[in-house]
Design a binder for this molecule. Structure first.
Ligand SMILES: Cc1cc2nc3c(=O)[nH]c(=O)nc-3n(C[C@H](O)[C@H](O)[C@H](O)COP(=O)(O)O)c2cc1C
Length: 579
């Protein structure tokens, strides 16, 4: 049940389990985290979940230049620069396309696999998407829960809600708001990566929060993760606890529910009126809503039962949010284009947002030559700055989507940035954390501001030198970390944050890293280079590079950006060719 209060002992026990999971799933020079050690191809999970028997509402496959047309990529970062679109079948289609759709099929010989707008560790795609919509023209229900079928680019009707109850649920939110739900099927990652898979599911969820927030921005929509909800409420709302619908099929874990709404409706009133949004849905209304007409049974993804990884079950349970917090967030109308900047794009060619989103790919190799300009580098870094000095609602996109104080900083290995000395740098995303970081890291680090760095960017040179070998070494010997222009580790304020919030916050730390990664993926494309997320890294060797001891800070995700080399054996096919 919801609001199941945990005793202090239980909470400490669960925190200990989360910390143990983290420790045991570290990759070491001498031992990788436990996995099967081989790929059981016969039992490979299907990357596409379907609910058999659930009616499918096809979404129109829109051409890039069809309405709703894409804004300039740069305009996503200029407050008020993107025209607000109404919620319709077409705009929902665009939203899902940019958030979770297929972006291409790749083929080598007779082997074909799909890529998506959201990247995923090993391209295994544990993340499933749901929409909860009130009446939208073109949809068959007055209110319903839909599962997104990415291969078909369609929405499967899972539940027909009573419209009045759904309206009651949505009453605190702006007019025309709808909900996005994300869940994970951890087995998809565990099939390949074993025990470390739970981390990758959380990274991927963070990337999906990012693709969705940015998709919303292309339509002039706002989005906010309702981060205060108990996971039991998410289960009930998304039907994840309907055992009969998942009989013989792999279960889904709830990640998050986010509210999405067209800016300018009520909460974004340009008169500057203040409104408040709750960071949760009413659990009682959710219970009532779930007494709906349900459709469909989840398909089975693997032939055999999943290989059990007990520690994943333990951490999944220990990091569940058991209570609903009743916080609200105050929004203030931003006023017309209060933040609009007159600056032109720092990147060449003024690309459209849609183009950048559609062309995003992970580099499989970098050329070891291409450099980027210091201006591009600083722009990329400025895009991951959450501006913590502002209230949440006034933070820049996409940092307005996560209702918690950012806790991730970047340790950068700079290899090829014109006008910037090579070496190890630190971007402190919250300036008030400079001192604690400095104290925790090697005493001999310089902490000097690079001469050409904009004053508002808290970037510090720690030590000058060739960082390529260290970068490759700590990233599981992957050359992509050294052949790029720069690579990095995302350093979380770890143990104290978990103690302060609770063990459930573990997942949110990873979501934040995924969101940073998603911003950087698109920035790389816009700058004419390419990026790759790096989930495989040696945790403690990375901490040793920085001089970090204990678990006050932990590196949670690595990333690399530079001039890529394509694999000529691959053929690229359109995502929805037959339609
Ligand atoms: C969380 C995460 C971790 C990843 N780790 C690695 C990695 O360690 N090495 C690598 O070469 N690619 C890595 N990737 C890239 C994925 O393999 C890639 O996203 C996936 O194949 C899908 O391709 P796409 O990004 O071009 O859509 C990672 C991606 C994500 C999202």
């Amino acid at each position: 049940m919801d609001d199941e209060r945990l005793s202090t002992d239980e909470r400490l026990d669960q925190l200990a389990q989360v910390l143990r999971y983290h420790e045991e799933t570290k990759h070491h020079f001498f031992r990788y985290a436990r996995a099967l050690g081989y790929l059981d191809w016969a039992n490979q999970p299907d990357p596409f979940r379907r609910f058999e028997g659930a009616p499918l509402v096809p979404l129109p496959v829109l051409k890039p230049d069809e309405a709703p047309r894409s804004p300039l990529y740069e305009d996503l970062y200029r407050d008020g620069a993107v025209a607000t679109q109404p919620v319709s079948l077409r705009t929902i289609s665009r939203f899902m396309e940019y958030a979770l759709a297929l972006s291409a099929w790749k083929q080598v010989g007779t082997t074909r696999w799909a890529l998506r707008s959201n990247p995923s560790s090993g391209n295994l795609h544990p993340t499933e998407g749901y929409l909860l919509l009130s009446r939208v023209p073109g949809f068959p229900t007055a209110a319903g829960l839909y599962h997104y079928a990415s291969k078909e680019h369609g929405l499967e009707l899972r539940a027909e809600y009573v419209a009045e109850i759904f309206s009651r649920l949505m009453n605190p939110f702006p007019r025309d708001a709808f909900l996005l739900g994300l869940t994970s099927i951890c087995w998809r990652e565990a099939w390949k990566y074993g025990e470390r898979a739970f981390r990758y599911c959380q990274h991927d969820a963070g990337h999906a929060i990012g693709t969705a927030r940015i998709a919303a921005a292309t339509l002039g929509w706002q989005m906010l993760v309702l981060g205060d909800m108990a996971d039991d409420t998410l289960d009930t709302l998304l039907g994840l606890n309907r055992l009969e619908d998942f009989k013989g099929a792999e279960r889904e874990h709830p990640d998050c529910i986010a509210v999405v709404w067209p800016a300018g409706t009520r909460a974004e009133d340009t008169t500057g009126a203040r409104v408040t949004l709750p960071l949760s849905l009413d659990p009682d209304v959710v219970q009532t809503l779930a007494r709906a007409v349900w459709h469909g049974r989840a398909n089975r993804l693997s032939h055999d039962t999943p290989v059990p990884w007990e520690i994943i079950d333990v951490v999944s349970h220990a990091s569940r949010k058991t209570e609903t917090d009743g916080r609200v967030m105050e929004l203030r109308g931003r006023g017309p284009a209060a933040e609009r900047s007159s600056a032109t794009s720092p990147y060449p060619g003024q690309p459209l947002a849609g183009q950048v989103i559609r062309q995003r790919r992970s580099a499989v190799a970098f050329d070891g030559v291409t450099s980027i300009s210091a201006d591009s580098f600083f722009t990329m870094l400025s895009r991951v700055m959450p501006r913590v000095e502002r209230r949440l609602a006034e933070r820049p996109m996409p940092w307005d989507v996560i209702p918690w104080e950012p806790t991730i900083h970047l340790a950068l290995f700079v290899h090829r940035v014109d006008g910037l000395a090579n070496g190890l740098y630190m971007l402190v995303r919250d300036r008030s954390k400079v001192e604690p970081l400095r104290e925790a890291m090697h005493g001999e680090f310089a902490w000097t501001a690079p001469p050409t760095c904009p004053a508002e960017l808290p970037l510090f040179l720690l030590v000058e030198g060739d960082a390529r070998r260290s970068a490759v070494q700590v990233s599981c010997h992957q050359e992509i970390a050294g052949d790029s222009a720069f690579s990095l580790g995302m350093i979380a304020e770890f143990e104290e944050t978990l103690q302060a919030h609770g063990p459930w916050f573990y997942r949110r730390l990873f979501w934040e890293t995924g969101l940073i990664g998603q911003v950087l993926y698109l920035e790389a494309e816009a700058a004419g280079v390419r990026a790759t997320g790096i989930g495989c890294f040696f945790d403690d060797p990375m901490h040793q590079v920085l001089g970090l001891q204990g678990t006050t800070f932990q590196s949670l995700y690595h990333f690399t950006t530079g001039g890529h080399v394509d694999d000529p054996r691959l053929t690229t096919l359109p995502p929805y060719g037959e339609r």
